[in-house]
Design a protein around this ligand. Structure first.
Ligand code: SF4
Length: 88
């Protein structure tokens, strides 16, 4: 994302979202794959902008990674993500 080289944090308006709510990167190679793959649906869009923003906020909350510098302490050393690191 040219205007957000570190990525777009959750809850922050995208720097590529134009004032008329269109995507500045639409149709361009720089548009993130996740943006291109997100398909609108009546369930997601609803009948208002407020509904769509609530839906997006719920998606952000559901996909926010755990806080902290490392998730080892949260999911435990026995989790498959840590299996390749062997015993300590
Ligand atoms: S579709 Fe992606 S790149 Fe475009 S404005 Fe929305 S978040 Fe930004």
């Amino acid at each position: 994302m040219p205007r957000m080289p570190q990525g777009k944090p959750a809850g922050v308006r995208c720097a590529h979202l134009l004032t008329d709510e269109r995507c500045e990167l639409f149709g361009r190679a720089e548009r993130p794959a996740v943006c291109s793959s997100l398909q609108p649906s009546p369930e997601m869009c609803g009948a208002s902008r407020a509904h769509a923003l609530r839906w997006l906020r719920a998606l952000e909350v559901a996909t926010t990674p755990p806080a902290g510098p490392c998730h080892r302490g949260i999911i435990g050393a026995s989790h498959p993500l840590h299996a390749s690191q062997g015993p300590r």
